[in-house]
Ligand binder design. Structure first.
Ligand code: SF4
Ligand code: SF4
Length: 351
């Protein structure tokens, strides 16, 4: 797994990054214990629109687009500006244009990356890449993640429900040529439909000049996914694909086959007992409300009414991950707080 190997182990996808938040973790633990204030989140994940131009069957914004279908809502420019100003003022270091659908369908996002960066924060985006060309200031992002799944148009259409494949590749290529300093990452979920095209997709990503290729198994056991099911993936075949993709790596092109969040059978791992790390990031949804984390968007039970309030503390403390959370984006960070901060398993006072 490249994210752990010795040449490039210090990278954005290495979950040991969480240990750099050690002081922040300590403050969260103290706050949960009723001592001190909850610090500002390090990052804000922003969902500026509840709409998408694609129809990926595994969609991780199902809560918006299918399950609760809140209709098309989108943030106006004033709300975006106020939100970014408030975040900067409270000490948040970065924001990410996330989901709710496809952030770049909201034209009010135009210019707001530059605005937020001007306030001293860093920005990133996760996008399907179809409208990248319309947003000049996206190049100011620290990183840009583009969900592609396959560089073969027919396979792309089968998974994502549109014929945008070649347009997206063209947009990525132009972004690379624009000289943006962003880390540009092509993202692929391993699915039965694309498994035979992954190595080809990796080669295409390398040839158009992106920095990173990110590959991980899909999670179809999520509680928000209507067709919730476990898919059987051929482990041996996937390992061969990983090997072939890793062979394409250069100093400028990295392959991340993220598997440490998964069990041997590629089901999602859950080896922690409490929700301890979620206040690292604030999740602001299209309904303009804040939620505990990206995995519980739009769930009333997980709404944060006032950052750092008693109600916030009690809500976080009452979460039972084993019962309430099928997949946890912050699983590794929860484990770190438990083992490193609370139990001091690393004897941190002895460098
Ligand atoms: S591009 Fe993203 S939000 Fe849109 S359907 Fe696909 S997974 Fe869902
Ligand atoms: S999925 Fe559950 S445990 Fe993980 S951050 Fe969200 S609420 Fe906490």
């Amino acid at each position: 797994m490249t994210e752990w190997n010795c040449k490039s182990k210090y990278n954005s996808f290495n979950s040991y990054k969480g240990l750099t938040y050690y002081e922040h973790y300590k403050k969260i633990v103290a706050w949960l214990d009723g001592k001190g204030q909850l610090p500002a989140p390090i990052e804000a994940s922003l969902d500026p629109i509840s709409h998408c131009n694609q129809k990926c069957y595994y969609c991780n914004s199902q809560r918006y687009l299918r399950k609760n279908n809140i209709g098309i809502q989108s943030w106006d420019k004033d709300f975006i500006g106020d939100t970014l100003s408030n975040l900067a003022e409270m000490g948040c270091k970065a924001f990410c244009w996330g989901g709710g659908g496809e952030a770049l369908l909201n034209n009010n996002v135009l210019g707001m990356t530059e605005y937020g960066v001007g306030l001293g924060m860093e920005c990133s985006i996760i996008t399907n890449g179809v409208y990248l060309h319309k947003f000049d200031d996206i190049g100011l992002c620290r990183w840009i993640g583009i969900s592609l799944d396959s560089a073969v148009p027919e396979v792309y259409e089968k998974i994502r429900g549109t014929n945008d494949c070649l347009n997206v590749l063209y947009n990525i290529e132009n972004l690379v040529k624009s000289g943006s300093k962003a880390d540009i990452c092509v993202k692929v979920l391993i699915l039965p439909e694309n498994i035979d095209t992954i190595v080809y997709t990796c080669r295409v990503a390398r040839d158009i000049g992106v920095t990173d290729f990110h590959l991980r198994p899909v999670d179809l056991c999520r509680k928000d996914y209507k067709g919730c099911r476990k898919i059987k993936l051929d482990r041996k075949k996937i390992e061969e694909i990983f090997t072939d993709c890793h062979k394409m790596e250069t100093n400028d092109f990295h392959v991340y086959t993220v598997t440490h969040k998964y069990n041997e059978d590629f089901s999602t791992k859950q080896d922690f007992d409490k929700c301890l790390a979620s206040p690292l990031v604030t999740q602001i949804c299209t309904d303009k409300k804040i939620y505990a984390c990206v995995d519980h968007r739009l769930e009333q039970r997980f709404e944060v009414h006032n950052w750092g309030s008693e109600k916030h503390r009690q809500m976080i403390k009452s979460i039972l991950p084993i019962r309430e959370c099928s997949k946890c984006t912050w699983c590794e960070y929860n484990k770190q707080v438990e083992d490193v901060v609370i139990k001091d398993r690393m004897c941190v006072n002895f460098p």
